[in-house]
Design a binder for this molecule. Structure first.
Ligand SMILES: [Zn+2]
Length: 281
C-alpha cells in the first residue's frame, strides 16, 4: 500500500514513542475492515445485539437459527484475505520490533498474513467444540456435515445478498432458517458450538495469563483497530499503563482507553501501520 502523507505525518507522534521499544500489539475488528469484515462497533456501524452464551446453550430454536446463519457467514470469512495492516505487523515481527499479537478477532487473518506469535483471545472461527465431551473438530469438517444435512441451503440464500449480513463472528443474518438442521456431536450427540468466546462467557484463564505475560515482557503496547468496548481488551491497556509502559492507540473514533493512551491516532490501521513499519523496519 502507498503510504499517504497524512498517515506518515500522523505516525510521527506514535513513532516518537515506539522507536527503540519492543512492542506488544492488541488488535480488534477495525484492523479487519479493509479485508471486508465489517466492524460492528465502529463509528459508522449500526447498533447490534450480540448473541450471548446463555441464549446459545438455552434455546434450541436459537441454535438452529444461529447455525444456519453461521453456515453462510463462515464461508464469507473463510474467503477473506489479510490487508496492509496485517502485513505491516508481520514485517514488524520479523524485524524484532513486535514480540507478539493479542487479537480480539476470530478471523485468523494475522496467521494467514504470516504473524507467528498470535494469541487468539476470543477463539477462532475455524474450530468447533462439543459442550458435552469437549472434542474439537474443524469448521471445515462441520461444513461438510451441515451441507449433507441441508442440501442446497447455502445455494438457496447465497444469491440473496440483501438478506445476508456478514458479521465479524461469521454470523450472517438470514430469515429463512426455520427448517435448518444443525449437526450434533458425532461422538456423543452433544451440542456443538464455535470455539469462540461469546458475551457472557469468560476467556480461558490460561489464555488471559499468556496475554498479560506478553504485555509485561514488552516495552510498550500498540493498540490497532479496537474501541476497547469490552473489558477483555481494555484490561491490557490498564495493565500497560499500570506497568508504566507507553500506550499508542490507532483507532477511528473514541475508545475506552483514550485517557490512558500516551498517543491516540484517529486514523485507519492499514495506512498507519504501514507507515510505522516503513519507519521501524
Ligand atoms: Zn461430544
Amino acid at each position: 500500500m502507498e503510504t499517504l502523507p497524512a498517515a506518515r505525518a500522523a505516525a510521527q507522534d506514535a513513532l516518537a514513542v515506539l522507536r527503540g521499544r519492543r512492542l506488544a500489539v492488541l488488535t480488534g475488528a477495525g484492523i479487519s475492515t479493509d479485508s471486508g469484515i465489517p466492524d460492528y462497533r465502529g463509528p459508522d456501524s449500526p447498533p447490534r445485539n450480540p448473541m450471548t452464551y446463555q441464549q446459545f446453550v438455552g434455546d434450541e430454536g436459537f441454535r438452529r437459527h444461529y447455525w444456519a446463519r453461521n453456515h453462510v457467514g463462515w464461508q464469507h470469512v473463510n474467503r477473506t484475505t489479510p490487508n496492509a495492516g496485517h502485513r505491516a505487523l508481520v514485517r514488524l515481527e520479523e524485524a524484532g520490533v513486535v514480540t507478539g499479537i493479542i487479537t480480539q478477532n476470530v478471523d485468523l487473518l494475522h496467521e494467514d498474513a504470516g504473524s507467528r506469535n498470535v494469541i487468539d483471545l476470543h477463539g477462532r472461527y475455524d474450530r468447533v467444540i462439543c459442550l458435552q465431551c469437549g472434542r474439537v473438530i474443524s469448521r471445515e469438517h462441520l461444513a461438510q456435515r451441515l451441507d449433507a444435512l441441508n442440501p442446497g441451503f447455502v445455494e438457496s440464500v447465497a444469491g440473496d445478498v440483501a438478506d445476508i449480513e456478514i458479521a465479524p463472528d461469521a454470523d450472517a443474518v438470514i430469515e429463512r432458517t426455520a427448517h435448518f438442521r444443525p449437526a450434533p456431536c458425532e461422538f456423543c450427540g452433544g451440542i456443538l458450538k464455535p470455539e469462540i468466546v461469546y458475551f457472557g462467557e469468560n476467556v480461558p484463564r490460561e489464555r488471559v495469563d499468556r496475554a498479560f505475560a506478553l504485555v509485561d515482557d514488552a516495552d510498550a503496547l500498540l493498540v490497532a483497530g479496537s474501541s476497547l468496548t469490552v473489558m477483555s481488551g481494555l484490561r491490557f491497556v490498564r495493565r500497560a499503563a499500570k506497568n508504566g509502559q507507553p500506550v499508542v492507540i490507532i483507532n477511528r473514533g473514541p475508545t475506552r482507553g483514550d485517557d490512558l493512551a500516551t498517543v491516540k491516532l484517529d486514523t485507519g490501521t492499514s495506512e498507519t501501520l504501514t507507515a510505522i513499519a516503513d519507519a521501524l523496519t
